[in-house]
Design a protein around this ligand. Structure first.
Ligand code: SER
Length: 318
């Protein structure tokens, strides 16, 4: 029986992944942890305040709950990391090293850790960026994710730690808000559209970025973690892809449902970050190794997002 601990459980991915893990493995078998108070959505299951920088506290929680598997999601995202470079490096690196060291000691038998399309920099091919590309990231977040990937691979090779990872594109979901990412506009835009307000986009109209609907991201994560270890050929982090669009294309798709919706463009420092990232991703390795295949394209994602976010907003969440 798997007993799971999730760090960063109150974040955009954490809150949705935790709920799905609870429905698969049983509510009591998934311990949600974070440094902040849990949102309503996480109030049904076990929750602990936990700082991943505190290795003894992490070890204590693993011991107390008999944890087998950790989903270590706590991190600072790309835009926020540019404002707090020291904190981002400390949290993104030391947090991961604490988890890997505890896994090496046998406290966790399986580790999931998220990487990102931010590992690529301007030297990687923009279209269908291959799994093995030159990675020269120009952001602190990208540097920390690239170093983290190498640590994962090192702990697997040297100590046999079963650590698995995905290079997520921008994630879009209606149950929780992202915080401090360059792809956040693709979530914010839906809130403005449903409020009947004009949306001011912090990226240029033609900034194409790889994106994914949250349902697909959660499915990919769980599929990877359930895959036979013998089928996992990538121990740094898998490229993962679903949709790729520009702010203009997203706005156009939203206008099919809400014809009055208007968008304007006021690019800020995040434009530079976006320009250093790929337009689209080649995820052949994930498709071949553990049969990854996304369900949502742009049209399906926008329809589902508008329908569900409207419902959530009527109920006063999030
Ligand atoms: N969505 C993330 C960000 O924008 C990319 O990993 O920071």
């Amino acid at each position: 029986m798997e007993k799971i601990l999730v760090t960063g459980a109150c974040g955009q991915l954490g809150s949705e992944l935790t709920a799905d893990l609870q429905s698969i493995y049983g509510t009591d078998n998934v311990i949600a942890t974070d440094i902040v108070e849990p949102p309503e959505a996480l109030s049904d299951g076990p929750f602990e305040r936990l700082d991943v920088m505190d290795r003894p506290a992490l070890a204590g929680a693993a011991e107390r709950h008999g944890i087998t598997t950790i989903y270590h999601l706590a991190a600072l995202l790309s835009a926020k990391a540019e404002q707090q470079i020291g904190k981002a490096w400390d949290l993104n690196m030391q947090g991961l090293l604490n988890v890997l060291e505890l896994a090496r000691d046998g406290r966790f038998t399986k580790v999931f850790w998220p990487s990102s399309i931010a590992v690529f920099g301007p030297d990687a091919r923009k279209e269908q960026t291959p799994q093995n590309s030159p990675c020269n990231p120009t952001t602190v977040y990208g540097i920390s994710k690239l170093a983290g990937e190498q640590w994962c691979s090192y702990y697997h090779r040297r100590f046999g730690v079963d650590v698995r990872s995905l290079r997520y594109p921008g994630l879009i979901g209606y149950k929780s808000l992202p915080g401090g990412g360059t792809t956040d506009y693709a979530v914010d835009i839906f809130y403005k559209a449903l409020a009947g307000e004009r949306f001011s986009c912090f990226l240029e109209s033609q900034s194409r970025l790889p994106m994914m609907y949250m349902e697909d991201a959660v499915k990919a994560t769980i599929d990877l973690m359930r895959a036979d270890p013998a089928s996992i050929s990538v121990r740094t982090s898998y490229n993962l892809a679903a949709i790729s669009f520009t702010p203009e294309e997203l706005a156009f798709e939203i206008q099919k449902h809400l014809p009055e919706f208007e968008i304007s463009y006021e690019p800020d420092y995040r434009q530079q970050i976006a320009e250093s990232w790929p337009d689209s991703i080649d995820d052949t390795a994930a498709r071949e190794d553990w049969e990854w295949s996304p369900v949502y394209d742009l049209e399906k994602m926008v329809g589902d997002m508008l329908k569900n976010l409207e419902k959530e907003l009527k109920q006063g969440i999030p």
